[in-house]
Design a protein around this ligand. Structure first.
Ligand code: CA
Length: 228
């Protein structure tokens, strides 16, 4: 099993420590967030392989957080943990975008097996590539590919690209992009949009894209130009 980069969102210290220790012992790199607020941006910034998400969090519930992630275009596989195991709750969790579901208490080995299965399912080779000009956009893994070259996008970069693409060449204003990609959790000016457009342009350049370009529309925002 190749090492995975994992995010554990769990507020109970004992459980969080047990998961972090156990997964790290398997050779994986594990980050832990104890609140929904911290986890919201953490998962959008870091390209995790799998997220383990507890339903009950001190500042909200995991299912609402999951809906927000999915609405922002985050495609990472999510294993939802809960103390509640009724059919209705499982359905709610899965409909919110969870890929799998585990009821507490559980054996660590089962969690590990499920996390590994989620990672395998989302591994490259799946039909998740979409053409974007002369690059392939792997939505599942948030990656851009051209030939042998590949770069992974962070959640924000990916959400920004998807938002620009959704407009099909029309101009997206900075305020629209701020709202759609950063939502309520960013206060400030549109400068952050310019910074992230810079990151995206650098990554497009790194894979050698020639038919995809993010064009600045002076004083307004940006638009995505894709040549066939
Ligand atoms: Ca909890």
């Amino acid at each position: 099993m190749a090492p995975m980069r994992l995010l554990v969102v769990e507020d109970e210290p004992k459980m969080a420590r047990m998961l972090q220790r156990g997964l790290a012992e398997e050779g994986h790199q594990v980050d832990v967030c104890g609140t929904a607020e911290a986890a919201l941006s953490q998962a959008l910034e870091v390209p995790y392989d799998v997220v383990v998400l507890d339903w009950g969090l001190p500042d909200g519930d995991g299912v609402s957080l999951l809906r927000t992630w999915r609405a922002r275009g985050l495609q990472v596989p999510v294993l939802l943990l809960t103390a509640r195991g009724t059919t209705g709750e499982k359905v709610t969790g899965l409909r919110a975008g969870a890929d799998d579901y585990l009821v507490k208490p559980f054996a660590f080995e089962e969690l590990l097996a499920r996390v590994e299965a989620l990672d395998r399912r989302s591994a490259p080779g799946e039909v998740s590539g979409q053409a974007l000009g002369d690059v392939q956009l792997d939505v599942r893994r948030r990656a851009l590919r051209r030939g042998e070259r590949e770069v992974t996008l962070t959640g924000r970069e990916f959400a920004l690209l998807m938002e620009l693409r959704a407009l099909g060449g029309d101009t997206a204003t900075r305020s629209r992009l701020l709202l759609k990609v950063w939502g309520g959790d960013f206060e400030g000016t549109g400068n952050v949009v310019d910074v992230y457009v810079g990151y995206l342009r650098a990554k497009l350049e790194r894979v050698g894209a020639t038919a995809v370009e993010i064009e600045a529309v002076r004083g307004v925002g940006y638009r995505l130009l894709v040549r066939a």
